[in-house]
Design a protein around this ligand. Structure first.
Ligand code: SF4
Ligand code: SF4
Length: 97
């Protein structure tokens, strides 16, 4: 039996460091699509919880804490997200092996 301890995702994320660019590298380019989006997978599948519910079906986004996994870009059914990597030198630095 393996003695390796299972590390919760929150603990893994907390071990990372960010140099946050003031210019967001991801943005919701079409908020109207979010209001019409019934399933809103970004709310549930972003591991860093960058997407949060707003009022009236809207979704709020904060790029701080993004781990650049690309999940939101893949799961958005409405092509509502403009996705880029942060500018060189900015973004997440993974510290957990
Ligand atoms: S999945 Fe896309 S369209 Fe749906 S709420 Fe999230 S960003 Fe908006
Ligand atoms: S790239 Fe990953 S961590 Fe960043 S906002 Fe999208 S799902 Fe969240």
């Amino acid at each position: 039996m393996s003695m390796e301890r299972k590390i919760p995702i929150e603990e893994r994320l907390n071990s990372n460091a960010w140099d946050v660019d003031e210019r967001p590298h991801i943005r919701i380019k079409d908020p109207d699509q979010c209001r019409k989006c019934d399933s809103k997978p970004c709310l549930y599948l972003c591991p860093a919880r960058c997407y949060t519910p707003g009022g009236n079906g809207a979704v709020l986004f904060s790029h701080e804490g993004c781990v650049e996994c690309g999940t939101c870009r893949v799961v958005c059914p409405n092509d509502a997200i403009e996705w880029n990597y942060p500018r060189s030198g900015y973004g997440v630095q993974f510290r957990f092996g």
